[in-house]
Design a protein around this ligand. Sequence first.
Ligand SMILES: [Fe+2]
Length: 459
Amino acid sequence: MSKPLPKNSFLQGVWEPISLECDINDPIVIGKIPEELNGTFFRNGPNPQYVYSDKYHMFEGDGMIHAIIFSNGHVHYKNRWIRTERFLAERKARKSLFGGMRDNGACDDSVKHLARNTANTNVIWHHNKLLALNEGSQPVEITKDTLMGCNPYTFNEVFNRSMMAHPKIDPVTGELIFYSYFGPDFNYFIVNKNGKITHQEKITMPFKCMMHDFAITEHFNIFPLFPLTWDFQRMIRGEPMFKWEPNLNTRFAIMPRYGKESDVILFEDQAALGFHVVNAREEKDKIILEMVVIDDIASDAIAFADDDVTYVNYFTRWIFDLKKRTITKERLDDINVEFPRIDERFTGRNNRHAFMNGTISKSVPNLFDSIIHYDVTTNKKQVHYFGEGSYPLEPIFVPRSVNAEEGDGFLLSYVYREAFNRSDLVILDAKQIDAEPLAIVQLPHRIPFGFHGCWVNKE
Ligand SMILES: [Fe+2]
């Protein structure tokens, strides 16, 4: 960032990148850190080291991990850029070498052979590996304590594809379930709890589209296909890579976890666009899927790569009857919500609690001012409103203990304080989210708006 940043809404305000990497031992804490919190909260998000042009998009910044380490009531903050091939090449050149999708994929001749991976979307913990994910690229393994390391992760040298950014971990079997879809084919994988790929299936989907997230149940996978199609050829022709094609409708491909392409059942519904799954569960012959979804899109109003469109995501439930092959859809609330998380001990099972960011004030388009708790059995909600000028990010749920009942634990969320241009890490009691925070960790700098994270218990 040695030049002033170009004018671009993804480089301003909550999105403005920070240029520091630091460690903060014992930042100021208001309140008391719960004794049960022992482990690390990792959060990933885009933070460009250099910017290629004013066409930068938020999906394209170098990944930066922010970690808060909790140990017996004390906290330590650490942030590091992820040392991808791309990051290291640009650091050496002291300038941006890679254009983005709105630059039609342009890049410097010196890096034509390098991967474009930014590893900026999610960070997960599985078989004692910390993996940073970006759905167009291979996973990157990071060293948990130092946040360094930059090697593409290959699952014992057998995986060389892109990996989507929202894999699911079955809470009972420990399996890691995911797919690879940015490429010529859609390929589905199951990795056992020890990190070995145990199942792989190539599936022909009805069309190639943004498939950011999916759901599992105890026995099935649900792959939503929304009609936001992609095609690398468009970019080569100088057109936007993504295209909204509502005439294709929304499809859901449902298949048994260990199924084959021939087992896939397809459902069809009107065009909508959803990025994030809340959870899914089975009920006799039915599968219930809950997501946050934009479903009132005027046919030509959406341009995926535009930064001046206001989106409203609604908490939405689809019910698929596998026997009758029918589909029903219900909007569960009428406020804008995003970044849903659950108590992940109930992934794919009969969960009761869901937590997500929400917007209850009308004045903050494309930002969130609240964390919402929904009881999905009653559709009742509780709101923690952070007040004007405070913007929370994805709330991560941490159980109070291994055996605590569902939803008994803590919510961790970075909250940007606009008036002070810095961020706090706020800890809420997940059972009483409308109460005052249990603790607030004050950071002297801003955590740029980002995407997803995880909690890893202390060993
Ligand atoms: Fe996501």
